[in-house]
Design a protein around this ligand. Structure first.
Ligand SMILES: NC(=O)c1ccc[n+]([C@@H]2O[C@H](COP(=O)([O-])OP(=O)(O)OC[C@H]3O[C@@H](n4cnc5c(N)ncnc54)[C@H](O)[C@@H]3O)[C@@H](O)[C@H]2O)c1
Length: 253
């Protein structure tokens, strides 16, 4: 096969438009790079996505319900189509319920649960009108099997997992496949900031954490992004409502 043919064959997302939330974060940046490398046109959303190369930047706060509701329509009207949505943005709250403030509750529910719900609710009719599409949500292993000291985070990720399974069944008949990726620990600002808050060196802490993983390291953002791309691609054409764990063989706590 000639190099040119190989290139063509690799572009799984040529002619597709992808909306990625949390695109400026650890996993979001890897998602934007991988989708763009495979030919997709990108619409990226975050508080500030100016560092990310994309066809459309729609920055805002996902707690703003009018902004969040309008995201899919904005992509469709600006780029002329919408085929794939990745609900990737998320926040983490650590601690037991007794350490959880009203602000923690409002933030975690709004970003981790309400925003994916709103984006799916407004995006599904647009995908359906275009003949179908794919939605990939980022849940967590900790939503499937809750670990200690992250009660609110685990609850929100369990909600995303359940929503994904329900939506996967409800919208398959519209040729919309809705699935979720459930990572364990990933080397991103979300994880590293937790080490910093506890006064630890993030590099040393990430290395030590890697020793607890059967594969010998925690996930890099690219490991998670590759699974998202698989679920968004035609290779996953028979998958609806699946929750895919990407954990290097490490069980939760
Ligand atoms: N890092 C991990 O260990 C890990 C493990 C399992 C699941 N996840 C999930 O993966 C997803 C991506 O996380 P990450 O590790 O890349 O974290 P990250 O902190 O690097 O990125 C999250 C992004 O979401 C954006 N975001 C947060 N609140 C927002 C708001 N109100 N409005 C708009 N954007 C907002 C942030 O600006 C940030 O760019 C999250 O849903 C997270 O829960 C992460």
């Amino acid at each position: 096969m000639s190099p040119a043919k190989t290139d063509t064959a690799k572009k799984r997302f040529q002619d597709k438009v992808v909306l990625i939330t949390g695109a400026a974060g650890g996993i979001g940046t890897a998602l934007a790079q991988q989708f763009a490398a495979e030919g997709a046109r990108l619409a990226v959303a975050d508080i500030n996505s100016s560092e990310i190369t994309a066809d459309l930047h729609i920055d805002g706060d996902l707690r703003d319900t009018a902004y969040t509701d309008a995201l899919p329509k904005c992509v469709f009207e600006t780029l002329g189509q919408l085929d794939i949505i990745v609900n990737n943005a998320g926040v983490i709250t650590r601690g037991a319920v007794t350490d959880t403030s009203d602000q923690d509750w409002a933030l975690s529910l709004a970003v981790n649960v309400e925003a994916p719900f709103r984006i799916c609710r407004s995006g599904i009719p647009i995908l359906a009108a275009g003949g179908g599409g794919a939605i990939v949500n980022i849940a967590s292993c900790w939503g499937l099997r809750p670990g200690p000291n992250h009660a609110l985070y685990c609850m929100t990720k369990a909600a995303v997992a359940a929503l994904t399974q329900s939506m996967g069944m409800d919208h398959a008949h519209q040729n919309i496949r809705i699935n979720a990726v459930c990572p364990n620990e990933v080397n991103t600002p979300m994880l590293r900031s937790g080490f910093e808050k506890r006064g630890l060196n993030p590099d040393t802490a990430v290395e030590a954490l890697g020793k607890t993983v059967p594969l010998g390291r925690i996930a890099e953002p690219e490991d998670i992004a590759e699974t998202v791309l698989f679920l968004a691609s035609d290779a996953a054409r028979y998958m609806c409502g699946s929750l895919i764990e990407v954990n290097g063989g490490k069980p939760v706590a």
